[in-house]
Write a protein that binds this ligand. Structure first.
Ligand SMILES: *Cc1c(COP(=O)(O)O)cnc(C)c1O
Length: 375
């Protein structure tokens, strides 16, 4: 049986280091906003090449607090419209709604699954104030094009990087860092166990170069409190757990190696899957670098997706659909149910995620390829 993702196997090499950390934190006796969390914030900021990192409870809160931070700074206000890809994971859209902002869904490109920059233009009105891009499945959005558009229309740019830890544009340079607009790069990360950098529970972080935003976010995540029992903002309780931060400190140094393994698996899939019924994912050629896609997921398309999934399952290969129902068709989003997003709907009908992880063996990859080529 080839699992879609074997979390136990992924974390097995870290187990004894996790035990040591657990003992350290228990011995230390400081469980919230402690030294492990501070170390992780420093380590992850350094890794990402950003000035600041703020550890929060999960990826959703990272997104929500980013919006709340901008609202607190007076740069966004209730009712402002935020552009977001129509095929994203529901969390991106929920965060916009929970911040009292208005999501404006825009179609992705069928080829890369990422937001279609040309399609954004049609949706910009005087009420549009921000774009939330999502580096979906681990592939970076073409940020040059996004910033050209954002600058022309005076829009704030936010990034949902929950699936793209370690993706970068230029070799050896800061992750996701773009030379000309360092101040406006703000990323929300999730450390949900299945992500490229996964904790052993919930976790999240925001990275930014904006000192004012970073300061506000530190208060907002902790009841809006600057000093204990002195509350300057209407905040929330969303702090990166000390234990999870300790585990993440163990795993972060091996993130690049884990991503390299994912990319190697993807390279084999791309080179060796040869079946005209299967459309392989395409790597955007405007971002021409091997780490511009860190393959959180390897997503193929096929016309009769359910049939292919059944066939793979019969051959002991586990696959997952990311995602079966587009956000605008969800019951929770009844106000969007009338909208039509044909490309998004096509994607949701046709996509299938193949087994992909940093612990897949060559034999497992070969088996998946063989079975797919026999379909
Ligand atoms: C996982 C994910 C989130 C949410 O992260 P949680 O830690 O589960 O809250 C947000 N956006 C995207 C694109 C994700 O994949």
């Amino acid at each position: 049986m080839i699992k879609f993702l074997d979390l136990k196997k992924i974390n097995a090499p870290y187990e004894s280091a996790f035990q040591d950390k657990l003992k350290q934190v228990l011995d230390n006796g400081w469980y919230i906003l402690g030294s492990e969390m501070q170390d992780f914030e420093r380590n992850f900021a350094k890794y990402c090449g950003t000035k600041y990192c703020i550890g929060v409870g999960n990826g959703f809160d990272a997104l929500l607090l980013l919006f709340k931070g901008y609202i607190q700074l007076g740069k966004l206000k209730k009712g402002d419209a935020v552009i977001v890809p129509a095929n994203t994971y529901i969390a991106s859209i929920l965060a916009i709604l929970q911040a009292d902002l208005v999501p404006v869904l825009v179609e992705p490109k069928l080829s890369t699954f990422n937001i279609d920059t040309n399609a954004i233009l049609k949706h910009i009105t005087s009420n549009t104030k921000a774009i939330l891009v999502v580096h979906l499945y681990g592939q970076l959005v073409d940020m040059d094009a996004i910033f050209a558009l954002a600058n022309a229309h005076n829009l704030i740019v936010l990034e949902d990087a929950a699936q793209a830890h370690g993706a970068q544009i230029t070799s050896g340079k800061a992750i996701l860092e773009l030379q000309e607009e360092p101040l406006s790069r703000n990323q929300a990360y999730s450390f949900y166990p299945s992500k490229n950098l996964g904790a052993v529970g919930d976790g999240g972080a925001i990275t930014t170069n904006d000192a004012a935003l970073a300061e506000v976010l530190r208060y907002l995540r902790n009841y809006g409190s600057k000093l204990k029992y002195k509350n300057d903002f209407i905040g929330v309780n969303s702090r990166l757990d000390e234990m999870q931060a300790a585990f993440l400190n163990v795993k972060l140094p091996l993130l690049d190696a884990a991503n390299a393994h994912r990319i190697a698996v993807a390279q084999r899939y791309l080179n060796e899957i040869k079946n005209e019924k299967i459309i392989l994912p395409s790597i955007s050629n405007s971002i021409d670098h091997e780490t511009s896609h860190v393959f959180h997921l390897f997503v193929i398309r096929t016309l009769d997706r359910d049939d292919l999934q059944r066939y793979l399952s019969e051959n002991d290969i586990e696959t997952v659909v990311h995602y079966p129902i587009p956000p605008h068709k969800q019951k929770a989003f009844e106000f969007l149910n009338q909208h039509s997003f044909p490309i998004t709907e096509k994607i949701h009908n046709e996509v299938l995620s193949l087994p992909m992880s940093p612990v897949m063996t060559e034999d497992e990859v070969s088996y998946v390829i063989t079975i797919l080529n026999q379909y």
